[in-house]
Design a protein around this ligand. Structure first.
Ligand SMILES: Nc1ncnc2c1ncn2[C@@H]1O[C@H](COP(=O)(O)OP(=O)(O)OP(=O)(O)O)[C@@H](O)[C@H]1O
Length: 280
């Protein structure tokens, strides 16, 4: 796929379950050949979005299209518990015409997972590595991974992220990775899609988004033009305001937000907007 082309396009995408809308009016494009982070608090709609993108669910409104051969690793990493690792890879080969056996085996070997071990006897981290090998062995062009790091220790998290990074660098595969642990994604993901309460609150290249935002710290009397304010917190005598597109204010401490500060600001703003019953 070309650098700069799209890997996933959503237009007016919505999904309503019985209890209400899980996703509403989502319009965005994810670029190809990158690692995109899909972030949002619990219940934001991340899994629903991935299931819609991979065709496991049908939209109630709008459309979503993956441009390229998709691969999907669902939350909970479905694997046959009674199979050995080798049998799992064999199943992958039999079920997928594009299966790359050498590559899948290499991913398992690199993770030091014994081929003869039964899936149910593996640790959470080893299971994740096998599930990743089964997903990536199909040589997908657009890989959607739903919370792949959830049950991994910090070392295994780092190893999995490193494996994904080299995958992108070697093959140009697009990776979309959902998580609510922002620290895991910092320095790895170069594109961000932030959902909160079923809506897209922020989307773009991480570098650009960080450059556009500032944290202003001042007294509670601090006045900031409301059109720039993403989120404001007033604690005791101090105010912390996340702003977009406002470089400076006189007599105010101005900081560059970290990715975590940026995303948490939008999570809170999204939650507050949903509680007030407004779109953003
Ligand atoms: N099958 C379903 N039936 C009814 N409601 C559902 C179903 N699946 C999800 N929901 C609801 O849709 C909303 C979005 O859920 P979803 O699982 O997509 O969020 P998420 O961002 O992946 O959350 P988490 O981080 O907790 O995994 C939630 O309010 C959830 O309760």
């Amino acid at each position: 796929m070309d650098e700069g082309s799209a890997a996933l396009v959503a237009a007016g995408l919505g999904k309503r379950y019985r209890r209400g809308w899980a996703l509403e009016d989502c319009t965005f494009t994810l670029p190809s050949g990158r690692i995109a982070a899909l972030v949002g608090p619990n219940g934001a709609g991340k899994s629903t979005l991935m299931s819609l993108a991979t065709g496991l669910l049908r939209p109630t409104a709008g459309s979503v299209e993956v441009l390229g051969r998709p691969g999907f690793l669902a939350q909970g990493k479905p694997l046959y518990q009674g199979f050995t690792v080798q049998e799992m890879l064999r199943a992958g080969r039999m079920l997928n015409p594009d299966w790359d056996d050498e590559y899948a085996r290499r991913l398992v070997d690199e993770a030091r997972v014994p081929l003869g071990a039964r899936i149910r006897t593996l640790s959470g981290g080893q299971r994740t590595r096998v599930a990743l090998a089964v997903t990536l062995g199909r040589r997908p062009e657009v890989v959607l991974l739903d919370e792949p790091l959830a049950d991994l220790d910090p070392l295994a998290r780092q190893e999995v992220m490193q494996a994904l990074l080299s995958e992108v660098a070697e093959t140009g595969t697009t990776v979309v990775l959902s998580s609510h642990v922002i620290a895991d994604l910092d320095g790895i993901c170069d594109h961000l899609l932030l959902l909160s309460d079923g809506r897209v609150r922020l989307a773009g290249d991480v570098e650009d988004l960080l450059a556009e935002h500032r944290l202003l710290i001042g007294p509670r009397s601090l006045e900031v033009p409301p059109e720039f304010v993403v989120e404001r917190r007033d604690v005791e005598r101090q105010s912390t305001v996340l702003v977009r597109g406002l470089a400076d204010l006189p007599d105010v401490e101005v900081l560059d937000p970290t990715l975590e500060e940026l995303t948490l600001g939008y999570f809170r703003a999204g939650r507050a907007a949903a509680e007030r019953g407004v779109a953003a």
